[in-house]
Design a protein around this ligand. Structure first.
Ligand code: SAH
Length: 228
């Protein structure tokens, strides 16, 4: 999978790209991540990418021209299935959506800033708008990192144990069961006996029951996007 991220703050994404699972996935050649500085596509000599909003009001708006220049330059070399804009009023990111997007070959993610982006971009160039929750952040970089992480860990071979992503919360419309590690007893707080029993079937059954119980307790209205 190839993911191109367009941003005015590339340095905000550096550390995310160069650590942990995301870094390993790139090293293994399972994902290609490219960050593009929107300023490189500015048409002004001061590398300006934003301007005042028509009609007045507070806040700058990302201009259409640099973004379209960047998109067209990427689209010359690759065919993209989605051009995604991270936006608080977009469709809420969910596990089923991440599953679906992780199957695509090439995607572009545009990070907004300031007051947002020129509406004509949303009307004519963006194919999908995704929100990471009903709150407003100052830029689309953290949302883009959230989306990218959610997608990358689903690509086969990225996690050491492939079934691991499938047993996470939300994959089957349930939240995940509790997990424990050593010691088996910490100051009288013991790990449930069944987990130490070595009986695979019983452990699987226990985990399933815990997931069902937790889902009822924590998500009494069901899990959004899962259809359950
Ligand atoms: N004026 C806009 C908010 C702009 S926030 C509005 O009222 O909707 C600046 C940028 O941060 C946005 O362009 C978007 O790319 C990003 N952003 C902020 N909150 C977000 C969220 N919850 N999900 C996804 N992107 C978000």
């Amino acid at each position: 999978m190839r993911i191109d991220i367009i941003t005015v703050l590339p340095s905000l994404l550096d550390s995310f790209l160069n650590h942990s699972i995301v870094k390993k996935a790139q090293d293994k050649g399972l994902v290609q991540l490219q960050i593009h500085n929107l300023r490189d596509y500015s048409v002004s000599k001061h590398r300006t990418v934003d301007d005042y909003a028509y009609g007045g009001g507070a806040g700058m708006v990302l201009m259409i021209e640099p973004v379209v220049n960047c998109l067209e330059s990427l689209q010359k070399d690759h065919q993209y299935q989605e051009v995604i804009y991270m936006s608080p009023d977009g469709q809420s990111l969910s596990q089923p959506m991440a599953n679906q997007l992780s199957l695509l070959q090439n995607i572009i993610i545009l990070c907004g800033h300031y007051k947002g982006i020129d509406e004509r971009l949303r009307e004519h160039f963006i194919t999908r708008e995704i929100s990471i929750g009903d709150y407003v952040l100052s830029g689309g970089e953290l949302p883009a990192a959230v989306l990218t992480d959610a997608l990358i860990r689903l690509i086969p071979g990225v996690l050491s144990n492939e079934s691991s992503a499938l047993s996470d919360s939300f994959q089957d419309g349930l939240v995940g069961p509790p997990v424990y590690t050593r010691p088996a007893d910490f100051r009288g707080m013991a790990v449930p006996k069944v987990l130490l029993s070595g009986h695979e079937k019983e452990i699987e059954q226990w985990r399933f029951e815990q997931s069902v119980k937790r889902t009822e307790q924590r998500r009494p209205d069901g899990i959004p996007g899962s259809g359950k």
